[in-house]
Design a protein. Sequence first.
Length: 323
Amino acid sequence: MRGSIRSKGKNSWQIQIYTGQGPDGKPRRHFETVRGRKGDAQRRLTELLSSLDKGVYTPPGRLTVADHLHQWLDGYVKTNCSIRTYDGYQSIIEHHLIPALGHIQLKNLHPQAIQEYYSKACETLSARTVHHHHRVLSQSLKYAVRQGYLGRNPGELVDAPSPRKKTMRTLTAGEAEALLNIAAGSQYYPVIYTAISTGLRQAELLGLRWRDVDLDMLSISVCQVLYKRRGVCQFKEPKTGRSSRRVAMTPKLAIFLRGYRAERDAIYRGIGKELTLDSLVFSNIDAVISPNVLSHAFKLISVKAGLKDVHFHTLRHSFAKGY
């Protein structure tokens, strides 16, 4: 048997795995205590056996911060978080945490080393960005404590930089009117107008299908979102239960979307296609609208309208302000 689990008491389990023969020919085994449910221990056993199969298993005593961060990413984040979260964490780990702290053995990672990294990072990065690095590192170290690699999370003993409260940019009524006037000549006017009228996020708007829009009941249901990951556009379910929601629309927006749908239907029929309930509300005829293409087009429109520091997400906050 390559691995086994036995109870050590209430909510405590001991994992044992066979890691191969030592120089003396005797079998070597790794023991690890997992606190929680038996299912948690089973998942950890599966992770360890998978590491052995891939040839990347590292005995806990020689485990570096880099080893641990990679194991945390592949063993926990990948299976428990969204793809976007995984990509964001991976970027922080590969470009910042590992270059600065990866060479340190995990058991020798002291608060002073972490504090020095934060201080140095703040010389070139904002406090908000470094604070986010702290969150990622602390979460990974919390996982290390649960796995029995550390007795205490050293990240809890460090003072992370406090990000300044950011004032969100919103549009005045005059700015919103100027923006829409310039956008009126663009193919992206419908999605921009709907954004400022509903407060929906870009990914939510680009994922809307006509079946999600009820023009009679004046509501829009958010059921899927469109993200671009590594050059490929993908539809996903909303990240949380709160993100899956129904949003009210104004009668003015309903009238606009009714006319917009009639125009789209005529365009589809003109090329021998059919506009169905599963058709995207905002799209090119034969392809989705790429999020970065929309963001770039919006930036050009906002600059032409004489607006500074305005991004597509600004429309969401402007809606909340009441415009």
